[in-house]
Design a binder for this molecule. Structure first.
Ligand code: PEP
Length: 247
């Protein structure tokens, strides 16, 4: 992993409780530090509680708009002012259930950065796209939507999460070799735009990561930690996953 400090991030989706915040805050205190950054994405309504408990936090999405009449939306600048540092953008559930396009995701990425949040840009192919041999084409389009709008320099202040859609919440994990191949493709593609940005950028793997497979995945040259869904709701599993990420 070289100079890139790994991140282990928990995406709680629409789950969680004040009790879980206390348990994960205790885990985070034990395992955060020199070796790795630990990060949690609780539901937005639990954000203040999580920040008060000392967690390094973000939201699972933000609005692409700055402020105004957008009922139910999450304002990036408010998230920042509460003390959060990150937001996910373009999680596959946002893309598939809420119809977010590559352009919408690029707009959210822009709004996050202009509010002082670091976006974690989620990209990845569906099973059908992989079967058709389109994995690289899909992740390229997802990345280039952001590059086209904001330029390659914008990625210097971001994190990428490669999450094959077929591996999210299914128990099917990409093999370390499959994941590494796509991570390398992503880094090589970005390298063709800007070598420095590409070599400093942290690229996380997500998709059914658990305490049995995390060590091998995180040991791959271009995998800089993980975005963890289901297993991040189990404090002991999350702790073991965090401990397997070593900078
Ligand atoms: C996710 O929600 O980003 C995710 C990777 O979920 P899971 O670990 O449950 O597959």
């Amino acid at each position: 992993m070289g100079q890139r400090k790994p991140i282990v991030a928990g995406n709680w989706k629409m789950n969680g409780s004040c009790e879980l915040i206390k348990e994960i805050a205790a885990v985070s205190e034990q395992v955060s530090g020199e070796q790795r950054e630990v990060l949690v994405f609780p539901p937005a309504i639990l954000l203040s509680e999580a920040i008060s408990a000392g967690l390094n936090c973000g939201t699972q999405t933000v609005s692409e708009f700055e402020s105004g009449a957008y009922t139910g939306e999450i304002q990036a600048s408010l998230v920042k002012s509460l003390g959060a540092n990150y937001t996910l953008v373009g999680h596959s559930e946002r893309r598939s259930i809420y119809g977010e396009s590559n352009e919408d995701v690029a707009n959210k990425f822009a709004q996050a950065q202009s509010s002082g949040l670091t976006p974690i840009l989620c990209i990845g192919e569906t099973q059908a796209q992989r079967t058709e041999g389109k994995t690289e084409e899909v992740v390229k389009q997802q990345l280039e939507a952001v590059i086209k709008k904001l330029g390659i320099a914008s990625l210097a202040n971001s994190v990428i999460a490669y999450e094959p859609v077929w591996a999210i919440g299914t128990g099917l994990t990409a093999t370390p070799e499959q994941a590494q191949a796509t991570h390398k493709y992503i880094r090589d593609l970005l390298h063709s735009y800007d070598q420095q940005v590409a070599s400093a950028l942290r690229i996380l793997y997500g998709g059914s990561v658990n305490e049995s497979n995390s060590e091998l995945l995180f040991a791959q040259a271009d995998i800089d930690g993980g975005l963890i869904g289901g297993a991040s709701l189990k404090p002991q599993s999350f702790k073991a996953i965090c401990e397997s990420a070593k900078g």
